[in-house]
Design a protein around this ligand. Sequence first.
Ligand code: OGA
Ligand code: MN
Length: 233
Amino acid sequence: MEVLLRLIIRVHSRLPSRSPPRRRCLSSGAGGSSLPRLPPAALVAGSSRELLHTLRSQVEVRTEFISEVEEVALMQELEPGLRKKRYQFDHWDDAIHGYRETERVRWGDVCEGVLSRVRSVAFPEGSPLLGPVHVLDLDKAGYIKPHIDSVKFCGSTIAGISLLSDSVMRLVKEGTTNEWLDLLLPRRSLYILRDQARYDFTHEILKDEESVFHGHRVPRQRRISVICRNLPV
Ligand code: OGA
Ligand code: MN
């Protein structure tokens, strides 16, 4: 299974990373997300208005997609299995640094309820999904390098819930450095990437030191993502 997981993503051509200025803190960082409740448009920043407009239906962030109770239920199901694994830091060719991961097919009632909500809001009706849900546990020092999920194994849509920490996801148009979107992913939010945003842009999760959104620092703690994907047609 792990081999399949690793096939889903590969490190993408290293793009020079922009380093936005650091300013105020958006989150206190300790424990819960203390981001103010932001309207959806405030969660996506971009290199130009045109790009924001073009991708508006292909990039979504929904805050408070799960409740605190649901986050606890997900953690209770996932933590025992994750705890048995070690974070991996030393694979130079991995797209992900400082992570452990698993896949899960069967879930308890509360978690199944969350996942069926993800399926109904994120995927076109009738679209066949990748059976197991992917669970990625990033250490506080972990991060995801720019990559595009394998088109061989995954279809047009990627939807992920963020647990335990706020984070910043960056999308950069493949082969460029000046066409980008930054997504603020508050703890307990759902993000959805579709079509062009999924196929033509790399995505990454910024490391703590670089985790800045709109000039505001977004401290990164340990972060777990629960990711659903559909199958290629
Ligand atoms: C991946 C990935 C994003 C996330 O595993 O391919 O991009 O939210 N994960 O963890
Ligand atoms: Mn990915």
